[in-house]
Design a protein around this ligand. Sequence first.
Ligand SMILES: [Ca+2]
Ligand SMILES: [Ca+2]
Length: 132
Amino acid sequence: MFDNADLGLTTWGGQQVDTNSLLVTVVPIADATLDGKVDAHDFNAWYTHRMTDTYSYAAGDFNMDGVIDGLDFSIWENALGPSTADPIVENLGLDPTTLAALRAAPVPEPASLALALLTTPWLLRRRARRTP
Ligand SMILES: [Ca+2]
Ligand SMILES: [Ca+2]
């Protein structure tokens, strides 16, 4: 249950509401914005009101202990979950299929390349001596 005095919504579920309305809904934990997902907007609600005394879930008091603090941040962070995004895909703009192909491609080891470069002249000299 949420106090619309904290949210300031004018409509809820297609009906008009005011600051005296109490809103009843089921939301994921740490969903301060009541939009059904936990994201940066919920963090912003917590960040804006951090280190203040309030029982407002919409302001970021996710454990409803009357203060918005690091415990509430931890609840938000845990609700956010581990990131499934690959930073290489995101930063370089590669599609996941191309990245998977690049990762699967064999890469010659530097030691093998150096050995090949060092022995090639010796092999060529040896072959030259054998040819009449
Ligand atoms: Ca949200
Ligand atoms: Ca709290």
